[in-house]
Design a protein around this ligand. Structure first.
Ligand SMILES: [Fe+2]
Length: 323
């Protein structure tokens, strides 16, 4: 009779719990999750199988190993992503996701976002060009459920050239020095530690997030109508592929995947000054815009410790979308 109790408590119950966790959090195709899940089950077989010899089945090490296996199995179904601590509890629920990108230190635009959301996702380039990178980083840290690193975040985090086009190079260089001087070490570390891509599941859909393009996450430039997007999208196998970087919003259907660029919140290049973003809800995605107090931002740019010619260029880009 005692053997039956040991069998139930040491082997069957933990295995059942582990299985329930795996079902509850439902593993996806992400390789890390599969590897961790297999490791968890191997540990379970190794130690609980050994424990089935009964003699020392209730010893501490066996229970610890069993607990470890349960935790690993749990992790197999959760998002193994340090910037998105939300687990999969909402995977099957209706969810409204607001997707933004390229905020570029424009806190006036970011804080005017007129949208409620269950989750806010940010596709990178939090800093440079704009006057308030520290406020933007703090806002994103407080409110975003998922963030990927852009080339400008990388330039601050690692002290590297953001590789801008020639016309924007002087603006990027001057404001990069400014951003570097006002951001705290913790904020720079946050930028440095952002992942370059993310794969998430919500409402039974797989999302792939990257700043530029999957094959070149930080710098690859690919216009909306480029045929290169077909290969890029097919390479990641996701229901929705989310990209930024170009500051121009678009939606394209490529096979069974939807490719979305929400445009830029902080430096839109649509020919209008309105900030751009996207909303995904119940399988539908929509591109939206909103006005923000642009002149307030421009007056802040005039106080930045950068050459007047660069202040003028930055203001022109905000007003017209080009320079
Ligand atoms: Fe950008």
């Amino acid at each position: 009779m005692e053997h039956v109790w040991i069998l139930a408590s040491v082997w069957v119950l933990p295995a059942l719990v582990a299985t329930l966790f795996a079902i509850w959090f439902k593993t996806s195709t992400a390789l890390t999750e599969i590897v961790v899940g297999v490791l968890g089950q191997l540990l379970a077989l190794r130690y609980w199988g050994h424990a089935a010899g009964w003699r020392r089945a209730r010893d501490g090490p066996h229970f610890l190993a069993g607990a470890g296996a349960i935790i690993l199995t749990f992790l197999a179904g959760a998002e193994l992503d340090p910037t998105c601590l939300a687990t999969r509890k909402g995977e099957h629920a209706a969810v409204r996701i607001v997707i933004i990108s390229d905020v570029h230190g424009n806190y006036d635009a970011l804080s005017a976002l007129p949208e409620r959301y269950d989750e806010l996702w940010v596709l990178g380039d939090l800093v440079n060009y704009g006057p308030e990178p520290q406020e933007v980083v703090d806002f994103v840290k407080r409110n975003a459920a998922a963030v990927v690193r852009g080339n400008h975040d990388h330039s601050i985090g690692y002290g590297e050239d953001p590789r801008c086009t020639p016309r924007y190079r002087d603006m990027a260089d001057a404001t990069r020095r400014y951003s570097d001087s006002v951001l705290t070490p913790d904020q720079k570390q946050l930028l440095r530690n952002l992942p370059v891509n993310l794969r998430l599941r919500r409402a039974n859909k797989t999302f792939y997030l990257v700043h530029a393009r999957p094959s070149d996450p930080l710098y690859g430039y690919c216009p909306a109508d480029s045929e290169e997007w077909v290969r890029e999208v097919e390479s990641v196998v996701a229901d929705v592929v989310l990209v930024g970087h170009t500051h121009t919003p678009f939606i394209r259907q490529i096979g069974n995947s939807t490719l979305v660029n929400p445009g830029s919140v902080g430096q839109p290049k649509t020919g209008k000054a309105d900030a751009c973003y996207a909303v995904w809800e119940d399988g539908d995605v929509e591109l939206k815009t909103y006005p923000y107090p642009l002149e307030k931002t421009i007056s802040k740019i005039r106080t930045m410790p950068i050459p007047p010619a660069i202040q003028r260029d930055l203001s022109t880009v905000l007003r017209t979308g080009s320079v």
